[in-house]
Design a protein around this ligand. Structure first.
Ligand code: G3P
Ligand code: CA
Length: 365
């Protein structure tokens, strides 16, 4: 039975099906096991954060699709990984916007380009998406110039139509709040308008900052996920407030206990679970999954990608001397199996097709 048909005959259970990774595991109509999150859609195959990318992830069987959210000048939330859009759109080739090129400070670093908060939604809609990683994913450039930047509402419309969950991320929340375009209240308003109001609804909200998740905890009962960057780094709001804690501190049992006071799960970098040595080979797994579970937190690491470029050395395949070696597909299934074995509750992937297939086989082991 197809995913869509399964949902059609189980309408009463829909709200509960995707309520959390853990509850989804127990559903009779959803495959047991970790949830598969289509990272920026199916960004291994299409320019990221486009309806084409999200649709393909859904066709591949992703349980959730992930829009990173930024704001337009007129207050619409749109799906982009960062406010600066020259790497993912054709904005630089629009002479009418040449004078919008600026240098701004994003999280303390100067960034030069074009920023979503200098464009109205209507203006952004005149742009077209392009592939972010043309060297690693040259095939995706065939789709350059086709897709618009989608609004959050358009992503939600698609997710509801196709009966998958959404996993929105607030991007650079301090930056947007300082620009007079805070993300949190508007995101929750859009979610409410679409009926996402209960813990059991198929939504996870994520952020690399901490203060805005604490604010969000007061605004919504939906699942909140604390993203965790590399251990030596600090959340930008910690830098601003003088809080000395790094992401590494947040991954200790004490740090995880604190996260559990305002969030439901963590989204760590995959190397925080399986670190690499100096030669790029995997080291033994850390205790992060176990410690997070002990604190009552779900664990959804990022980002799983099929190309050698993103795999540990022992899983890279092919001739290293070949010019295409880094964008050749390595033993990606082996990496996925390893993380499933380690006990993740879900994972972010650019390649939902492989993750869904590996999960299906893994469940029969
Ligand atoms: O949100 C999980 C993962 O997407 C975090 O990394 O930079 O791809 O948003 P990023
Ligand atoms: Ca993200």
């Amino acid at each position: 039975m197809s995913r869509r048909a399964r949902f059609a005959v189980c309408l009463v259970a829909v709200a509960a099906l995707f309520s959390t990774g853990i509850e989804a595991q127990g559903s009779p109509t959803v495959p047991k096991g970790p949830i598969i999150i289509g990272h920026r859609g199916a960004s291994g195959y299409r320019p990221e954060h486009t309806l084409g990318s999200y649709k393909l992830a859904i066709e591949m069987g992703a349980d959730y699709i992930e829009p990173d959210l930024v704001s337009t000048k007129d207050g619409f939330l749109v799906a982009r990984h960062e406010p600066e859009i020259s790497g993912t759109t054709d904005v630089a080739s629009h002479p009418e916007f040449a004078n919008r090129k600026k240098t701004k400070s994003i999280d303390g670093a100067p960034v030069t380009g074009w920023f979503t908060d200098d464009f109205t939604m209507a203006e952004l809609k005149t742009l077209r998406a392009v592939e972010r990683l043309p060297d690693i994913r040259p095939g995706n450039t065939a789709f350059n110039g086709i897709y618009q930047i989608p609004t959050f509402q358009e992503v939600i419309d698609l997710a509801k139509q196709e009966h998958v969950g959404i996993y929105p991320e607030t991007k650079h929340p301090t930056y947007f709040r300082n620009e007079g375009l805070p993300l949190e209240e508007r995101m929750v308003a859009v979610l409410k308008k679409n009926g996402y109001t209960k813990k059991s609804d198929p939504v996870f909200i994520q952020s690399f900052e901490t203060a805005n998740l604490r604010v969000l905890r007061q605004l919504t009962p939906l699942h909140l996920v604390q993203l965790l960057d590399e251990a030596p780094l600090r959340p930008f709001d910690h830098l601003l407030s003088g809080d000395p804690r790094t992401y590494g501190d947040m991954m200790t049992p004490a740090g995880l206990a604190d996260i559990a006071t305002y969030a439901d799960g963590i989204g760590p970098w995959k190397n925080s679970i399986v670190p690499w040595d100096a030669t790029g080979h995997s080291l033994p797994a850390t205790s992060l999954i176990r410690d997070a579970h002990a604190a009552g937190l779900t664990v959804h690491p990022y980002t799983f990608r099929r190309e050698n470029n993103f795999l540990p050395a022992e899983l890279q395949q092919g001739n290293p001397k070949a010019p295409t070696f880094l964008h050749a597909t390595g033993d990606f299934p082996a990496e996925l199996r390893k993380f499933f074995d380690l006990g993740v509750d879900g994972l972010f992937t650019d390649d939902s097709d492989v993750a869904v297939a590996v999960r299906a086989k893994w469940l029969k082991r």
